[in-house]
Design a protein around this ligand. Structure first.
Ligand SMILES: Nc1ncnc2c1ncn2[C@@H]1O[C@H](COP(=O)(O)OP(=O)(O)OP(=O)(O)O)[C@@H](O)[C@H]1O
Ligand SMILES: [Mg+2]
Length: 224
């Protein structure tokens, strides 16, 4: 079954000069286990699409089916459950809490999932080991490189074993070597069966993905 199917998705914003079509009738199907890159220039609608796919934002038109279910008809409870259990989010800015160490940062979202303290600790340690940070668990963000911080953010995204990872410019703040390390981790997670949706403006980074779509002015202009 398709994991994700969007049909004629549109997202319009009202601005001073009139309407902006951030997404203009986008159709896309994503299978379970895919590694898909969404590329396109600044302002082309990538983050808007990611927010729709991640159920962080609703489109103003069109239909979104997640595992066959119409997202527009889901309750807020159901949407929040999907964001918490089905999807792991990774952002360009890492979004780590500076006063917490790596382990505590990874544990934090698990608190909201009624997972016992012992299990939280275990899942978080496993995730940090998984991203190659077994020797950095007690470091705070300021004591780590950008690449290490982003790997903490990936550990946080995968700790509860969501089947899908949505990453918006995860290498955007990294030098090319750290960027490659992060891509290596994402590739391994894909090989283990996770669906990876990667947003990037960098064609070289996108070449890691098995399929690539290009956005331009809110429309898909190329699929390969
Ligand atoms: N909340 C908003 N209100 C009004 N316009 C918006 C809003 N969010 C996005 N837009 C507009 O929608 C379009 C797409 O924005 P989006 O953030 O999706 O682009 P992007 O491809 O992610 O760009 P970047 O590579 O710079 O992150 C842009 O023209 C942007 O100005
Ligand atoms: Mg963006």
């Amino acid at each position: 079954m398709d994991l994700i199917r969007i049909e004629g998705i549109e997202k319009r914003y009202q601005s001073g000069e009139g309407e902006v079509w951030a997404l203009d009738h986008v159709n896309l199907t994503i299978d379970q286990g895919e590694f898909l890159a969404i590329v396109g220039p600044s302002g082309s609608g990538k983050s808007t699409l990611m927010n729709v796919l991640g159920c962080l934002d609703l489109p103003t038109g069109g239909a979104y089916y997640l595992k066959g279910e119409n997202v527009a008809q889901m309750t807020e409870d159901k949407l929040s459950k999907i964001r918490n259990t089905e999807i792991g989010f990774v952002f360009q800015g890492f979004n780590l809490i500076p006063t917490l160490d790596a382990l505590e940062n990874v544990e934090l979202p698990l608190v909201y999932r009624r997972i016992s303290r012992a299990e939280r600790r275990q899942l978080s340690e496993e995730a940090l080991v998984r991203v190659g940070l077994s020797d950095r668990m007690r470091h705070r963000p300021s004591q780590m490189s950008g690449g290490q911080q982003q790997r903490v953010a990936i550990a946080r995204a995968i700790a509860a074993h969501p089947p899908v990872i949505l990453a918006d410019e995860p290498t955007g703040n990294l030098d090319s070597k750290s960027g490659q390390e992060v891509m290596q981790v994402l590739q391994e997670l894909n090989e283990e069966g996770k669906t990876i949706i990667l947003i990037t403006h960098d064609d070289k980074i996108a070449s890691t993905a098995r399929r690539r779509i290009r956005l331009q002015d809110g429309k898909i202009v190329e699929i390969r």
